[in-house]
Design a protein around this ligand. Structure first.
Ligand code: ZN
Length: 285
């Protein structure tokens, strides 16, 4: 067979597979966020409208124009991930520092850059897709956090996104609203000189949109992120929900973290942090 024809066919079938994968992922996404009751047969036609067609067209264009196998690879890593290679820790290199400087690593950051580490991880989405994740954490918890996220990955624990908060310009609300899992973001506790535990890279927010921060306020409650309001009622069942039977809860607490969902007044369901006693030991304060 003409190797070129073979190559093209391979590309085409790959494009087809990509489109199929995309369609199923999108379908799952549409049906997973509190809309399970809607029967697919009745709504399928409405849902499969322009967005999908455009995306499909883009995909085939992109592939048919590209004769470059390297580009092909880039488009579709397809689950050949080697966890031993993908889970790693580095220092904050100049390249990484350039990404966080002035954002999560603010001008007044009192934490030395040497106290932070960059983590590269893999995670599974709710649809079972493997994705890469990046996190900046305190050097004292780097190994532990890497281990926890590896176990979560190997147990197919769903995490939607693990991006640096700097991709949201270090805006916590935007990161939470996008259901982004993250750790380091330098800041003081409001109206104090105390550094927040995220400011030391010693607290992690996991799937925050579905595990919001709920604070009693003026007889009511203040919930963040704003689009996490419907998940403040923890008697419901929904994807990404963290409770005391949850694997993430078990792993973090086994490794010495405290869960914000167990606090008395405020409830921070997304939040796992290192307790003060441990921090005092590390930082001799
Ligand atoms: Zn938090």
């Amino acid at each position: 067979m003409d190797p070129k024809t073979h190559h093209n066919r391979k590309i085409r079938s790959k494009a087809h597979a990509t489109a199929l994968l995309f369609l199923s992922a999108l379908f799952l996404l549409l049906t997973s966020c509190g809309k399970e009751e809607a029967p697919a047969t009745e709504t399928g036609e409405v849902r499969e409208t322009p967005v999908i067609q455009i995306k499909e067209a883009e995909e085939s264009n992109a592939v048919s124009e590209s004769g470059d196998p390297a580009e092909e690879e880039q488009d579709e890593p397809e689950g050949q991930w080697d966890a031993d290679e993908e889970f790693y820790i580095t220092e904050i290199t100049d390249e990484i520092f350039a990404r966080i400087e002035g954002k999560s690593f603010k001008e007044d950051c009192t934490l030395p850059r040497e106290d932070l580490r960059y983590l590269h991880v893999l995670h599974k989405t709710l649809e079972g897709e493997t994705k890469e994740g990046e996190m900046v954490v305190n050097v004292h918890i780097a190994d532990t956090v890497l281990k926890i996220f590896r176990e979560l990955y190997e147990s197919d624990y769903p995490i939607e996104k693990i991006c640096l908060v700097d991709e949201y310009n270090a805006d916590d609300e935007r990161s939470m609203a996008d259901n982004n899992t993250s750790c380091f973001n330098f800041r003081f506790v409001p109206n104090t000189k105390r550094i927040s535990k995220h400011g030391r890279g010693l607290a992690i927010d996991l799937n925050p949109r579905y595990n919001p921060y709920v604070v009693p306020k003026d007889g009511g409650t203040d919930i963040s992120p704003d689009n996490g309001k419907e998940y403040a009622d923890r008697s419901q069942d929904f994807p990404y929900k963290i409770d005391e039977n949850d694997l993430a809860y078990r792993l973090f607490t086994e490794h010495g973290f405290k869960w914000g969902g167990a606090w008395k007044n405020e409830k921070d369901y997304q939040h796992f942090e290192i307790p003060n006693e441990q921090i005092r030991e590390w930082y001799d304060q």
